[in-house]
Design a protein around this ligand. Structure first.
Ligand code: CO
Ligand code: CO
Length: 337
């Protein structure tokens, strides 16, 4: 569902009085729901499933699991259990492929230390797969999207461009090396990035998924009551993503994201292809993390030590007119046309 459609659907539903143990729900558009449970602990719950983004069924299973787990990591949680969701057409998906999808998912869940407790399958015209995931977190160390404060430094932990490149793949325009890189990235867990964020006192995080970097960054900015100042660079992108964007390759969701979120963004003089990649819907994208300035260098060094790709993308400033301000060039002063 597009961001606008979802908001109007939810606004049509009358909300019951909120249970005090509900710490985070859909009202702040956060990554997962959080429920206080036990002394200082909480449950973190989320669900995500989608149609195949790659052809290989094992890879698809891995990516679907990594993507579903990601919302728990984006809250600073540790996944403990999951339930599989499988939508299967009457024909066209061989039984061996189903086994491979489940095996890929199982392997990723094992890597995450989460036990699959069961699941549910339905007949559906289109194949879809994913999981509902439950995690636990320490209430004090939760990474909500409302915790960013002026002065915090912002980091991104996976390169952007998965939507553009998956579209190029469907059009037969992707070489095998790029496909391999794309697949590996989407199947990578956000676990280590999340652990390091919690360890270094990060105040806020969100994972970059369907609404693209600028969509999720806007949600974080609005929930925190701040503005994010970002300096976009080609280093933020997967190899070939900018090239494909320049060739006009774009998934359907990109234009929707741009239409909805562009008014929240002061885009300065950013070239249009680069700007497009910032609206590109991501599958199993990285975390956007806000870290207190005095711990930013140590945070970055720890990510490097633990072999997590990362890039510094900007900083948090006091709330201005827009949620996001984009600036060109290193230390640029926000070139306006
Ligand atoms: Co999320
Ligand atoms: Co989600």
């Amino acid at each position: 569902m597009g961001p606008g459609d979802l908001r109007s659907a939810l606004s049509g539903v009358k909300q019951p009085r909120r249970d005090r143990r509900v710490l985070v729900d859909h009202t702040t558009l956060d990554d997962a729901g959080v429920y206080a449970y036990g002394r200082g602990e909480c449950l973190v719950q989320t669900v995500d499933f989608f149609t195949p983004v790659v052809d290989d069924p094992y890879d698809f299973g891995q990516i679907a699991a990594a993507n579903a787990l990601s919302d728990v990591y984006a809250m600073g949680g540790r996944p403990i259990t999951s339930l599989a969701l499988l939508c299967l057409p009457d024909a066209g998906v061989p039984p061996e492929a189903v086994v491979e999808i489940l095996r890929g998912g199982q392997d990723k869940m094992s890597e995450a230390g989460a036990s699959i407790l069961g699941g549910h399958t339905v007949r559906d015209p289109e194949l879809k797969f994913g999981y509902a995931v439950t995690g636990v977190a320490s209430r004090r160390k939760l990474l909500t999207n409302a915790g960013a404060r002026p002065g915090d430094r912002l980091f991104l932990t996976k390169p952007l461009g998965t939507g553009v490149l998956s579209t190029a793949l469907k059009q037969g325009k992707l070489g095998s090396a790029t496909l391999k890189r794309l697949t590996r990235g989407m199947a990578t867990l956000n676990r280590v990035a999340s652990e390091v964020a919690v360890e270094f006192g990060a105040r806020a995080a969100t994972d970059i998924t369907g609404y693209g970097l600028l969509g999720h960054a806007s949600q974080l900015a609005d929930a925190s009551g701040v503005t994010l100042r970002l300096r976009p660079s080609v280093e933020w992108l997967l190899p070939r993503a900018l090239e494909c964007a320049r060739d006009g390759i774009a998934p359907g969701g990109l234009a929707k994201n741009r239409d909805f979120y562009a008014p929240k963004v002061e885009s300065g003089g950013i070239a249009s292809a680069l700007l497009d990649t910032l609206f590109d819907p991501q599958t199993s994208g990285g975390l956007l993390v806000a870290v207190p300035a005095r711990r930013a260098r140590a945070f970055e060094a720890a990510l490097r030590r633990r072999r997590v790709w990362s890039v510094a993308v900007g900083e948090v400033v006091g709330r201005g007119e827009r949620s996001i301000v984009l600036e060109t060039g290193a230390g640029g002063s926000g070139a306006r046309p």
